[in-house]
Design a protein around this ligand. Structure first.
Ligand SMILES: Nc1ncnc2c1ncn2[C@@H]1O[C@H](COP(=O)(O)OP(=O)(O)OP(=O)(O)O)[C@@H](O)[C@H]1O
Ligand SMILES: [Mg+2]
Length: 216
């Protein structure tokens, strides 16, 4: 059953009076979701927050949705079963879509190990606003970093369902960008993502500005 079918009777979309181009004009940018995927300790959060800092510094309204942070609140009821991981990604994608609708650039930092879930995220956000960045850092590097001691616990058999050790990570087949953080510094990584996305975010000077007359 699709989510469309689950809607109770009488739940009908109510259109607002502010158009996407009004918001883009207000904020001087076009919204985008930059979806980071990769193993634990591949460098998603590090890159996400460094990129957010850089985008804000150059004048873009931007927000990070980070895996661990979101599990402190919105998704604190979810664990790490396949079903819960799927629901985790679905909710994040819906939040990213809302934030994009509000005009913000969104950076997400979630392992998001399943291909179908990432496909669903792209569908929810909208392909034209979605950039998938795969952090291809080798597991040996992730495991050597192991800042939370999770690989050690998983290898010792104290932790089940840990991605890359005893839970799958399905490699992205056609990511928009691939970065191996074992050979690129955080600031190099920021540069690579910026080079890929900046033209999609920046509003060019010649672009038509909405006028009062255009408004509904
Ligand atoms: N480009 C980089 N070069 C060197 N070290 C890095 C780089 N990016 C991240 N690191 C280091 O790797 C470790 C893990 O990074 P981070 O916490 O960003 O991973 P993560 O992908 O968010 O992991 P998790 O999925 O568990 O949240 C940290 O100690 C961080 O300092
Ligand atoms: Mg993280």
């Amino acid at each position: 059953m699709s989510s469309e079918d689950l809607k109770p009777a009488g739940v009908i979309w109510h259109n607002g009076h502010v158009r996407t181009e009004d918001r883009n004009h207000l904020l001087g940018q076009r919204p985008l979701t930059i979806w980071l995927t990769g193993l634990s300790a591949s460098g998603k959060s590090t890159l996400a927050f460094a990129l957010e800092r850089r985008l804000v510094d150059i004048g873009h309204a931007c927000y990070v949705l980070d895996g661990d942070n979101i599990r402190h609140g919105l998704n604190k009821d979810l664990r790490f079963s396949h079903e819960d991981r799927t629901e985790n990604v679905r909710r994040i994608a819906e939040v990213a879509r809302l934030m994009n609708d509000a005009g913000l650039v969104v950076i997400t930092a979630f392992i998001s190990p399943y291909r179908d879930d990432r496909r669903l995220a792209r569908e929810i956000v909208g392909a034209e606003r979605f950039v998938e960045v795969y952090l291809s850092t080798p597991i040996e590097t992730c495991e050597a970093r192991d800042p939370k001691g999770m690989y050690k616990r998983a290898r010792a058999g104290q932790l089940s369902g840990f991605t890359g050790v005893n839970d799958p990570y399905e490699l992205p087949r056609t990511p928009d960008l691939t970065i191996d953080t074992s050979i690129a510094s955080p600031s190099d990584c920021v540069g690579k993502v910026l080079a890929e996305v900046i033209a999609r975010i920046a509003v060019s000077k010649g672009e038509k500005q909405p006028t009062l007359k255009d408004s509904p």
